[in-house]
Design a binder for this molecule. Structure first.
Ligand code: FAD
Length: 391
């Protein structure tokens, strides 16, 4: 069986690529090893799919070539995807920071793609396990348990490595290597940070507490919520910084973002109020008790007894709590994968390999990782559209 285009992976990027190419009259086949389309779309955004972000631009992506994403994002923007779903009657709403979610269910987006694929004659083979991919100029041959398929162009849309239990696999990275296209080292991204030893014991006492914080690592800062867990730290701020964090390094947490504890304590130097009672008006009591037990703040002291140097020290602790994670929860819970197919070897306009012009890589398999908040799906739609427009 011969096709203009074979897409491996029926996730966000593969589905967008398929309908875009099929609208251009291409004969398209999608091969997917799961028994359903778009499993990650279904579970995303708590079942409501945070499908894009109104503030999408290159600054929200990690990539060794920071300009790479610009062309595809300009060619298919958040507003293009909004048009696509609103024309189909899918309603959505905006949450903080420009994040857009379906009102009803992520399934609506999957159903829309499935319907369009059917109307456009896109063939889909589910539960298709691929044994080998070969290039016999000018065609690719894809050997699978369901037989061999031939296509003029091949699009790899197999995603990242996170959540192997719903189908993530290193297939795309292997194909890149097979065709001599280098990959940037991969790691779990948008993932909770874990701790061992004393820090783990301390943090687990706070499990369940969520507070607004600012987290800093190198020149990256995120001001969002943080959640203490039994394994360490999670919540949006931590997931964001995890994409940048390198093992062995510290992260710095400002527990009172936007406040100036030093000034506040200086102004209260006549007060008989106890320091821990005052701090408990700003932060959860369990957290203050932890700081006392760690010796970061004195236990029984009135505000008027605080010396200037001790005010500076307390303030530094609360605005600059340094923690050294031991690792991350890994691909088991990560929302994304850092690294992937090296963009220096792909066309930013078409997503085609510079050395194998009919071989394309789109979506998360590429070394492009979005911040939390809908940026990863937008990359999947935009890169899928770019490849589908040219292949
Ligand atoms: C729990 C969770 C929640 C998320 N929520 C959001 C969110 O709300 N907003 C957002 O922007 N991003 C979110 N993401 C990230 C987003 O889901 C991904 O970035 C996006 O799905 C990537 O699209 P993709 O098409 O490249 O890969 P995927 O959507 O992962 O699709 C890849 C497809 O390829 C298939 N495949 C893999 N290997 C093979 C193989 N060997 N043979 C055949 N098929 C194969 C897979 O089964 C899968 O169907 C979330 C991720 C997770 C894990």
């Amino acid at each position: 069986m011969s096709y203009d285009l074979c897409i491996i992976g029926a996730g966000a990027a593969g589905l967008m690529c398929a309908i875009t190419a099929a609208k251009r009259g291409k004969r398209v086949l999608i091969l997917e090893h799961n028994d359903q389309l778009g499993k990650k779309i279904r579970i995303s955004g708590g079942g409501r799919c945070n499908f894009t972000n109104l503030h999408t631009d290159a600054s929200h992506y990690l990539c060794q070539n920071p300009h790479f994403v610009k062309s595809a994002l300009a060619g298919y923007s958040p507003y293009d995807f909004i048009d696509f779903i609103t024309q189909a009657g899918i309603e959505y709403h905006e949450r903080d920071h420009g994040q857009l979610f379906c009102n009803d269910s992520a399934q609506q987006i999957i159903d829309l793609f499935a319907k369009q694929c059917q109307q456009l004659g896109v063939e889909i083979q589910l539960q298709c396990h691929i044994d080998a991919v070969r290039y016999h100029d000018p065609h690719f041959e894809i050997k699978s348990h369901q037989g061999s398929f031939h296509s003029h162009a091949l699009v790899i849309a197999t995603g990242g490595l996170s959540l192997p239990k719903i189908g993530a696999s290193p297939f795309g990275h292997r194909i890149a290597k097979q065709f001599d296209i280098p990959c940037v080292e991969t790691a779990a991204a948008l993932v909770p940070l874990t701790f061992t030893g004393k820090e783990k014991l301390a943090l687990e006492q706070l499990a369940g507490i969520a507070i607004p914080i600012a987290v800093h690592y190198k020149n990256h800062n995120f001001c969002e919520a943080m959640l203490f867990t039994h394994r360490g730290l999670s919540g949006p701020a931590i997931l964001q910084i995890s994409s940048y964090w390198q093992p062995g390094d510290f992260i710095t947490i400002d527990l009172l973002p936007g406040q100036n504890l030093q000034d506040n304590l200086e102004q209260l130097r006549d007060s008989k109020q106890h320091l821990h009672n005052y701090l408990a008006t700003l932060l959860p009591k369990r957290l203050i008790n932890l700081f006392i037990s760690m010796g970061h703040i004195p236990e029984q002291m009135e505000l008027r007894q605080l010396s200037h140097p001790s005010i500076i020290k307390i303030s530094q602790q609360m605005h600059g709590w340094q923690l050294k994670p031991s690792g991350t929860e890994g691909y088991r819970t990560a929302e994304a994968t850092r690294g992937g197919v090296d963009t220096h070897h792909l066309s930013s306009k078409t997503m085609a390999s510079k050395h194998h012009p009919n071989l394309y890589f789109i979506g998360e398999v590429v070394d492009v990782t979005g911040h939390l908040g809908g940026f990863n799906f937008q990359w999947a739609w935009s890169s899928g559209y770019a490849a589908g427009s040219y292949c």
